[in-house]
Ligand binder design. Structure first.
Ligand SMILES: C[S@@+](CC[C@H](N)C(=O)[O-])C[C@H]1O[C@@H](n2cnc3c(N)ncnc32)[C@H](O)[C@@H]1O
Length: 375
């Protein structure tokens, strides 16, 4: 075993073998420093299942320079494993590059087939996204209430973030967008948003405080499927609240009861007045937001519902507007909506990479993704 300025690892597991990979040759190339070296050697033997790791550590200090050389001895099967892993990584990289190329081509083809009006519209949207929030003619405010976010698991948080990302992309396409105001925005959900590429540039409100501390009670309307009040018209002077929650029907009536306790107005969307749903009337966060968004333009609830609610949710003849959440597939609607969006996450990752690689404005990352959801 080599103990001279080296850490020698003999391992029968790939994990142990790949744990060391650094060779610092700094002092080896400096004979003057080599002469002034002091060496301490420590040897450890660890046995973990079928893995034996012998570590001999020599720390060498040469006038403030720490030098460590590493030699890794791999068994035959570990070498094979390593080769397989490297091959797999190369295939993965190729696949990713291919997907990126395909997306680029698709976008190019789409641009080429656009009419001049569509091109003008695209440019208008691009300009809008670059504008300062104070220059935008916002239609009104929609509050996203994160106060119940601790009830969500990591997967649900991820799903919520995807939904809100789509909603964000859609609002900024409008001439008069809806401003998204995040309240009680703290903890893991906030951290997960912050890890999202491009999020830092989002034109949204971010508050740790509750909407109760920020706005007058009379301005607030909590949108909740359980409310006995049915919304007739959208009022731009009101601040509508959406529960920022993916709960797969676990907490039925949660936001309604919260609003009741806080003494603020509640309302449900007028779904059953205009369309028949095959499942219960609790919609996913992004669908509620998109319906409001469409309604600001259409001023026609039926049209707005039809443009947003997935056709599989609309009841066929003979089906009733059910109370409980599961449809024929055994999944509740919110789960299916999340799944549909999550299926696009692959595209999201690829798109983000593309944009980063092209060195484009970070803000375009999410926006171009969200565009996909409505195409
Ligand atoms: C997936 S739901 C969350 C359901 C949750 N159990 C609750 O108590 O609100 C997400 C949010 O969308 C809004 N929402 C969903 N369906 C709605 C409807 N039919 N009318 C009004 N708001 C709705 C509510 O703000 C709700 O909190």
């Amino acid at each position: 075993m080599n103990t001279d300025n080296n850490i020698v690892v003999t391992a029968t597991s790939a994990a142990a073998a790949t744990a060391v990979a650094v060779v610092d040759t700094q002092e080896k190339t400096n004979p003057v420093l080599e002469q002034q070296t002091t060496t301490n050697t420590e040897t450890n033997n660890t046995t973990d299942g079928d893995t034996t790791v012998t570590t001999s550590t020599t720390s060498t200090t040469t006038e403030g320079v720490e030098g460590v050389a590493v030699v890794v001895e791999l068994t035959k099967s570990q070498k094979k494993k390593q080769v397989r892993q490297e091959r797999w990584n190369a295939v993965k990289d190729l696949k990713k590059a291919h997907e990126r190329e395909k997306t680029k081509e698709k976008r190019k083809r789409k641009k080429q087939s656009m009419s001049s009006e569509e091109r003008l519209e695209l440019n208008r949207v691009k300009m809008q996204k670059k504008r300062d929030p104070s220059e935008i003619d916002w239609w009104g405010n929609i509050i996203f209430d994160f106060q119940h976010a601790s009830l969500m698991g990591q997967r649900e948080i991820k799903s919520l973030i995807t939904q809100i990302s789509f909603a964000y992309g859609n609002t900024l396409r409008l001439e008069r967008p809806l401003f998204m105001d995040f309240c009680s925005f703290t903890g893991p959900v906030k951290e997960s948003f912050e890890a999202l590429q491009g999020y830092i540039n989002w034109k949204v409100g971010r508050h740790e405080q509750s909407y109760m501390d920020l706005y007058k009670k009379e301005e607030l309307v909590y949108l909740t499927a359980e409310s006995p009040n049915i919304i007739k018209e959208l009022d731009p002077t009101k601040k509508y609240i959406i529960g920022a929650l993916v709960d797969h029907n676990r907490y039925k009536g949660l936001t309604y009861n919260t609003a009741l306790e806080q003494g603020i107005e509640t309302a449900q969307l007028p779904i059953s007045e205009f369309i028949q749903l095959s499942s219960r009337k609790v919609l996913a966060v992004n669908h509620v937001f998109d319906i409001l968004l469409k309604q600001t333009v259409n001023n026609d609830w039926k049209k707005s519902f039809e443009e947003v609610i997935p056709s599989r949710k609309v009841a066929k003849e003979g089906e009733e507007d059910g109370e409980e959440g599961e449809d024929q597939s055994g999944q509740d609607g919110e789960e299916q909506d999340s799944n549909n969006i999550n299926n696009k996450e692959k595209e999201i990752e690829i798109e983000s990479n593309t944009n980063t690689n092209n060195g484009k404005d970070e803000n375009t990352t999410t926006d171009s993704l969200t565009t996909k959801s409505i195409e």
